[in-house]
Write a new protein. Structure first.
Length: 501
């Protein structure tokens, strides 16, 4: 093979190796199962092999340019075989797990700067010093352009400054949290009449993209409100300043009626992008039952899969309830999710007329030691903490309903009812609204692991379609209808609640 052909071939293989390494980082979410089935550490070895493979290819490229004996056909064939096999593996993961593609991209973005620095080091140390003068000039122009573009993008970010998610009003039992998002770091506020409530922590205005402002029931119910934000430009100890300010009039907030109301339940949307406004369709209260995505890997995952959908279905003028799903406890941005919503505890009680809703965080669905969690989970003490809280609850008169993600309430490895289930039964809870099992079905008391009747409210069907559930509450009777975004009815049921004295 002539020198020019060798250079072209090894250049193409080197570029492919770079992309494959990035791909392996991205599909690490899927490879975790292979890692467990083959042997612990298999994926890291595979990733390390491709790093080494890339270094070898860079040396081969250097050898091809210099036309020396470093070029080796056997090594070249091995590289080609490895790359074909791994491209096939990555393609298979992307086809099988296409629903998680956005999460794969978020994971790869986290590693991209490190990989870019590594490959740049190889290029500038091995290739550029021996390359043609034209390549020197091209490289200089590319580096200069990158510096200029980076500086301009930092000073004048594309897209300007605007709201990324309209407000959603979450009911947390003690009051409301008005939550919205901007596309840049900013300080946010809610305006009620002449009163301005800032997003603050210990007296300090929060500078972030997601804002959560606590408002009392009395202050918001049946009143008009607006939101605003000022872009955070410079934050220094002596001075600094804010930038452009934006505002949005949300409208008059309408609390849920005490009876004869409609509840729309959305669960396991897993990054789905349906027509949220159509799903909203004039319900009186909305419930997000968790698993907003397969993992919380970025701020955008929180905005795109919870805050924006909640704002769209409710229009910002109807209450929303949110309970964490097991996948909402996974990923490097879980803490950002909990902090940005700022609910305090994610288990609580709230009342709508005679209806008492107990919201529980059902946490993860496997033992803390499960390989999927990589040692990050410690739900046993967290469950114990919720149980102690539940023991302090008093039996209330009215209709008692549980809202949670998993129908088993908490994971029990032996398949037996959890201590929380017994506490809930003793409190008179007789109906569970939940998700998790990706179905739309009623589970009777006899078939329920908790001994409490349950309705599972649906799940994502594909990237733009979801099965959701509409419940009409009237006089203790719940008329239930599950349907997809095409309007096709999946299941119906009616349940009669008992009025506790």
């Amino acid at each position: 093979m002539k020198q020019k052909g060798r250079i072209i071939l090894t250049s193409v293989l080197t570029a492919l190796s770079v992309l494959i390494t990035l791909g392996l980082c991205a599909v690490r979410v899927g490879f975790v199962f292979v890692d467990h089935l083959v042997f612990d550490g298999f994926c890291y070895i595979l990733w390390a092999l491709f790093i080494v493979n890339t270094i070898v290819l860079f040396f081969q490229l250097r050898g091809s340019i210099l036309d020396n004996k470093l070029y080796n056909k056997i090594v070249l064939i091995i590289n080609i075989v490895l790359e074909v096999v791994n491209i096939a593996c990555i393609a298979a993961f992307l086809i099988i797990g296409n629903d998680d593609l956005v999460d794969y991209l978020y994971v790869s973005f986290e590693t991209l700067p490190y990989l870019a620095a590594f490959y740049a080091l190889l290029f500038f140390t091995l290739i550029l010093p021996i390359s043609h003068k034209l390549l020197h000039k091209i490289t200089a122009c590319v580096v200069a352009a990158a510096i200029v573009i980076s500086a301009v993008a930092f000073l004048f970010p594309a897209g300007g400054f605007d709201f990324e998610a309209a407000p959603a009003v979450f009911d947390t039992g003690d009051g409301y949290h008005i939550v919205f998002a901007t596309n840049r770091d900013s300080v946010g506020y809610v305006k009620l009449g002449n009163e301005i409530l800032w997003d603050t922590y210990a007296g300090r205005k929060e500078s972030s993209r997601i804002h959560s402002i606590e408002v009392s029931y009395e202050a918001l119910d049946n009143n008009e409100y607006s939101i605003g934000a000022a872009r955070a430009i410079e934050d220094i100890a002596y001075g600094g300043h804010l930038g452009k300010e934006i505002t949005l009039n949300a409208g008059v907030f309408t609390p849920c009626p005490e009876d004869d109301f409609d509840m729309t339940c959305i669960t396991d949307n897993h990054s789905c992008r349906p027509d949220w406004e159509a799903i909203g369709a004039d319900a009186d209260i909305y419930v997000f039952l968790g698993d907003i995505s397969s993992g919380v890997y970025a701020i955008n995952s929180i905005i795109d899969n919870l805050i924006a959908p909640a704002g769209k279905v409710s229009g910002g003028v109807k209450p929303v309830i949110y309970t964490l799903g097991n996948h909402d406890h996974r990923g490097s941005y879980v803490q950002a999710l909990l902090d940005s919503l700022d609910f305090g505890d994610y288990y609580y009680r709230l009342n709508v007329g005679k209806y008492n809703f107990t919201v529980l965080d059902s946490g993860e669905d496997k033992e803390d030691e499960n390989y999927e969690y990589a040692g990050y989970n410690a739900f046993a003490p967290y469950f114990a903490q919720q149980i102690e809280w539940a023991k302090t609850l008093q039996k209330e008169s009215g209709y008692n309903v549980i809202i949670t993600h998993s129908p088993s309430i908490y994971f029990e490895p032996d398949g037996q009812p959890t201590p929380m289930a017994e506490i809930m039964r003793n409190l008179g809870e007789e109906f569970v609204i939940c998700g998790h099992h990706h179905s739309a079905e009623y589970v009777s008391v006899e078939n329920s692991i908790t001994g409490i009747a349950t309705y599972i409210c649906g799940a994502k069907a594909d990237s733009h379609e979801i099965v959701y559930t509409r419940m009409h509450f009237n006089g203790g009777i719940i008329d239930i209808k599950s349907q997809n975004t095409k309007g096709e009815i999946i299941n119906t049921h009616q349940f009669q609640l008992t009025l506790a004295e």
